[in-house]
Design a protein around this ligand. Structure first.
Ligand SMILES: [Zn+2]
Length: 61
């Protein structure tokens, strides 16, 4: 059999540490849209996106 090619280990960059924080629930939320209307509920929502992992959340205001 041939050689086993080892996987490249990713460097512990700022990004990686940030993702660890994200996994722990500490996202870096940034408002991307204020006052988006939720059609189903008829409420105004603020849309947040995490600057690190890109996760989206909405909050009723
Ligand atoms: Zn995040």
């Amino acid at each position: 059999m041939g050689e086993v090619v080892p996987f490249k280990k990713p460097k512990l960059s700022e990004k990686h540490r940030g993702k660890t924080l994200c996994r722990s629930g500490f996202h870096q939320w940034q408002i991307i849209k204020e006052r988006q209307v939720d059609v189903q509920q008829g409420k105004l929502l603020t849309v947040y996106r995490c600057q690190r992992c890109g996760k989206i959340k909405t909050m009723a205001c």
